[in-house]
Design a protein around this ligand. Structure first.
Ligand SMILES: [Zn+2]
Ligand SMILES: [Zn+2]
Length: 132
């Protein structure tokens, strides 16, 4: 594998963050350099990367990816359901644009749509059953 070209991205990212809290960019960049050089920190970065590569939670409490994976709700029917507005969807888009909710006109774009009224004859989106 060819050795990738080196860059200072990690150091720059750290320095940008540190720069919010110190007086000069020079100082921020110096601190960032010390951080990226630290063997313990490099070791921890490697440990996290290895855990991710093997699909294991890294256990770092700041890791958003692992936190979201651990707390994500299992997929529900709603997630796997067809999108509104696709082929043979008969549901009607509605919008709140310009005040009160009303049905969308044919010219209105997807970004104007606030929701969809489910139609009983739609093959994808049967309306929720009324509790009896
Ligand atoms: Zn992680
Ligand atoms: Zn539909």
């Amino acid at each position: 594998m060819p050795y990738p070209p080196t860059d200072d991205r990690l150091r720059h990212l750290l320095a940008q963050r540190i720069n919010c809290h110190v007086d000069t960019w020079k100082l921020a960049f110096f601190i960032a350099g010390a951080i990226v050089d630290d063997p313990d920190i490099r070791g921890e970065l490697n440990r996290i990367a290895a855990a991710h590569t093997s699909g294991q939670p890294c256990g770092d409490r700041n890791c958003r990816t692992c936190f979201e994976a651990a707390t994500a709700a299992p997929a529900t029917a709603a997630d796997t359901e067809a999108q509104f507005g696709t082929e043979d969807c008969t549901c009607i888009p509605w919008t709140r644009k310009y005040g009160t909710p009303r049905y969308c006109g044919p010219q209105e774009t997807v970004s104007d749509i606030s929701g969809w009224e489910r139609q009983a004859d739609c093959p994808h989106h049967a309306p929720a059953e009324e509790p009896t």
